[in-house]
Design a protein around this ligand. Structure first.
Ligand code: PMP
Length: 290
């Protein structure tokens, strides 16, 4: 993704895509001290931009640093990054990180940087996989407890577990992986939250006490409730996956993506899933190409 035309908003300026570089001794590269966002623009409008910018600032605070730009400036950087690349439907990647002045675990005085890249990215999972439902393999890696990692920050370091899990799933022929938490409870996929229907017409989803309470997750909960669909946030154990009839993932990149298979269990892309996919498309202002 580095060798292409375009511009990236970098510490307050637009720089050429190819020149948007960091030094080798960047603290974030060595010690995982970065925080980021995944944001989408639909038809020229950025969906829930303020919530994403606020979460970025909050993730940085959890990591012990202050981003040297206000929430308004971060919002504007996102708008500018889209405009500079003529994007009206695309994905944005704001990222903030500790810089390279000091090398060592402690780097309290290092400059905090902020950049925003934007590009066209229609579908996180392939359209074919989305139509029949993606497949998930339960990972051997588990999400850590809140006492062991900053689990409520969208922090780069936490994605080490996601990459290990997703590579393992892909090598076994699956699309993505399902992570359990340290207690063995169902938590989420590598970059999306999970919901299931279990034959009672309700939506069941795990309590986000050790993973991100996604902006899409909250949007879908609101959409379901406005249709009088009951949403139950509760502990879900992996043996319950056998009783689920429909399962889907939610995330800014993933949007609402049906799951057709988890390990040996299979699921249908049922009406509840289709309804919420359509409601979500409408909420974000997606123009549907039929
Ligand atoms: N969990 C993880 C690990 C994620 O990376 C994401 C994507 N940001 C989500 C959940 C979903 O969050 P959101 O709906 O805010 O994109």
């Amino acid at each position: 993704y580095d060798d292409r035309d375009g511009s990236i908003w970098y510490d307050g300026e637009m720089v050429d895509w190819r020149d948007a570089k960091v030094h080798l001794l960047t603290h974030a590269l060595h010690y995982g001290s970065g925080v980021f966002e995944g944001v989408r623009m639909y038809g020229g409008q950025i969906f829930k931009l303020r919530e994403h910018s606020e979460r970025l600032i909050n993730s940085a605070r959890i990591m012990g640093f202050e981003i040297p730009f206000s929430v308004e400036q971060i919002d504007q950087a996102c708008v500018d990054a889209c405009a500079a690349n003529s994007i009206s439907d695309g994905y944005l990647r704001p990222i903030a990180w500790r810089g390279s002045e000091m090398m060592g675990v402690a780097a309290q005085k290092n400059t905090i940087h902020l950049a925003v890249a934007a590009w066209e990215w229609p579908s996180y999972f392939s359209p074919e996989a989305r139509a029949k439902g993606i497949s998930l393999k339960t990972s051997k890696w588990r999400r850590p407890p809140p006492e062991s990692a900053p689990v409520h920050a969208k922090a780069t370091g936490l994605y080490m577990i996601a990459t290990l899990s997703k590579h393992d799933a892909e090598q076994a022929g699956y699309t993505d992986s399902l992570l359990l938490d340290w207690r063995g409870q169902v938590s989420e996929a590598t970059g999306a939250n999970i919901f299931m229907e279990m034959g009672d017409g309700k939506l069941h989803t795990p309590i986000p006490d050790c993973f991100l309470d996604g902006i899409t997750r909250r949007t879908v909960i609101d959409l379901a409730r406005s249709r009088d669909i009951e949403v139950v946030e509760r502990v879900i154990m992996p043996d319950e996956l056998a009783n689920a009839t429909q399962i889907f993932l939610t995330g800014t990149a993933a949007e609402v993506t049906p799951v057709g298979k988890i390990d040996e269990h299979t699921y249908t892309v049922g009406d509840l899933t289709k309804t919420l996919m359509a409601d979500y498309d409408k909420a974000v202002g997606k123009v549907l190409v039929s």
